[in-house]
Design a protein around this ligand. Structure first.
Ligand SMILES: Cc1cc2nc3c(=O)[nH]c(=O)nc-3n(C[C@H](O)[C@H](O)[C@H](O)COP(=O)(O)OP(=O)(O)OC[C@H]3O[C@@H](n4cnc5c(N)ncnc54)[C@H](O)[C@@H]3O)c2cc1C
Length: 472
């Protein structure tokens, strides 16, 4: 007799999602987590000073709200509350102006001067189509329920962000704004399908919103864990799984792992051809992250940026494209593109009264040990003179630190593997969630639909197990 129907290795959002799907059917499931805390890429801690709550990895969660699976769960009843800033994204320029992406398409377009029509045609049209295609976009390749709407999206999404931006917009401001959103995808902006990230995230600004959990990202994890426990699921922390052979008996094992750590714990069970395929899986550029405790809000020169939850620092599309290409090709950008969030502006539980937090990262070459702190702070100073005078304390995470705390983030790649055209559809192999070992599945962001806090990789992996070894 198996003690468990399913064992999940890793408590990231995909691991918890997989465990919930299986527990929902009344089956017995346990999650083993290596770290003392649950959540993987969705955790918070007082990284700088007491009373300042920082997000260790993810901070901004449009994917979680948009997730076809998470939105079916009663997470609000476990205390999860979303905080929506007045503007989702701010993009400042050297002349002291900025663009803002609001929840409303019209309001956003109205500030784009000559590109108002272009924005409505590109983004507004996709916003209208989103309810028809969201479950196909956040899913593995399969026959869609609305093929025409999806193919309209796909034709644009499969292009490079630079091409889409230059084709849709005449002005530098709209082009730069779209490029900043697309650069979340960890691909050079002239590389296909970097437009996919730009389009999906831009649409989500108008549908789900670029929101943050009140109290920090950990609150999302805590709500998922509380729901899992209410369904009878167990979670065991501080227990790194060193080999699948050490696990208690179970009918299925779902690994919230990217290929490299998966090979470490299960490689000996795989046939050589599959091991080779996993070994060939490509990881991408790294990230260098800084969290700050501040004695006042960030003094943006463009005052509109004070209303944005996320601010993109890098100026023009040309500068952004150069920065991303540098990181991709192994060079350190002098002026790296910086993605910044300022949660305490909109959530006073994040810092002591009158004080603030900021979260930012930039991309750099895979595995690099370059120190990007001063370059990141110079980029912030460029658009917010006086920023560094407000710093009370800082906490830095280099690529090696990411990997030390989470084996999935190989070389500091926070995307769990490159999402170029090939690996978008065959993550981590054409088998996606299944492996050649019966009952052993992969449920991490290294499977479709990939990076982001949506839990859909876990959802689909668990469905695969349920229709396979857990069928009866
Ligand atoms: C710095 C950073 C910023 C990000 N920002 C955002 C953002 O703002 N919005 C967004 O949507 N996404 C963001 N992401 C991406 C997002 O966090 C990930 O895509 C997501 O967490 C992937 O979830 P997962 O469940 O696949 O794996 P993970 O979150 O990586 O979780 C895997 C878990 O497995 C555990 N584990 C690993 N090996 C073992 C083992 N041998 N035994 C037991 N446990 C093990 C790890 O400790 C970890 O808890 C960010 C990521 C990082 C790192």
């Amino acid at each position: 007799m198996s003690r468990y129907d399913a064992i999940v290795v890793g408590s990231g959002p995909n691991g918890l999602a997989a465990a919930i799907v299986i527990a929902q059917t009344g089956r017995k499931v346990v999650v083993f987590e290596a770290e003392p805390d649950i959540g993987g890429g969705v955790r918070s801690a007082e990284l700088t000073l007491p009373g300042f709550v920082h997000d260790i990895c993810s901070a901004v969660h449009p994917f979680a709200v948009a997730s076809p699976f998470f939105r079916t769960l009663p997470l609000a009843s476990y205390g999860l509350e979303w905080v929506a800033p007045p503007a989702m994204v701010g993009h400042p320029f050297d002349d002291g102006s900025c663009t803002l992406v609001y929840r409303s398409v019209e309001q956003t377009a109205a500030e784009l001067d000559g590109d108002r029509r272009g924005y409505i045609d590109l983004i507004g049209t996709l916003v209208d189509a989103w309810p028809l295609i969201d479950t196909s976009v956040l899913a593995p390749l399969r026959w869609p329920s609305h093929p025409i709407a999806l193919s309209r999206f796909g034709l644009q999404a499969m292009r490079s962000a630079e091409r889409v931006a230059r084709g849709a917009f005449a002005g530098a401001r709209a082009r730069a704004t779209f490029a900043g959103i697309a650069a979340h995808g960890l691909l050079p902006l002239d590389c296909r399908p970097s437009a996919a990230f730009g389009l999906v995230l831009n649409v989500m600004a108008h549908t789900a919103g670029w929101v943050m959990p009140r109290g920090g990202a950990q609150q999302l994890t805590n709500a998922l864990a509380a729901h899992l426990k209410s369904l009878g699921g167990e979670i065991v922390t501080g227990t790194p799984v060193r080999s699948v052979d050490d696990l208690p008996p179970a009918r299925s094992i779902l690994c919230d792992l990217s290929p490299k750590p998966l090979l470490r714990i299960a490689g000996h069970r795989f046939p050589l051809w599959y091991r080779r395929k996993l070994e060939r899986y490509r990881y991408g550029m790294a990230s260098f992250k800084v969290d700050w405790a501040l004695d006042a809000p960030i003094p943006w020169r463009a005052e509109g940026c004070a209303r944005a939850g996320t601010v993109h620092l890098g100026g023009t599309i040309e500068e952004l494209a150069r920065s991303e290409r540098d990181a991709w090709e192994g060079r350190i950008a002098d002026r790296p593109f910086v993605l910044l969030a300022q949660p305490s502006r909109f959530d006073d539980s994040r810092a002591p009264n009158g004080r603030h937090t900021a979260w930012a990262y930039c991309h750099l070459p895979h595995g690099s040990d370059a120190d990007m702190l001063s370059r990141i702070e110079q980029q912030i100073e460029r658009f917010a003179p006086g920023f560094t005078e407000r710093v009370l304390a800082r906490s830095v995470r280099r690529p090696a630190d990411f990997e030390r705390h989470n084996a999935n983030l190989v070389g500091g790649d926070i995307g769990a593997g490159v999402t170029d055209l090939w690996q978008l559809f065959t993550r981590p192999t054409w088998r996606a969630y299944s492996t050649p070992v019966r009952g052993l599945y992969i449920c991490s962001a290294s499977t479709p639909p990939g990076v982001g806090v949506h839990g859909m990789c876990g959802y689909f992996a668990a469905q695969r197990a349920l229709s396979d070894v857990l069928r009866d």
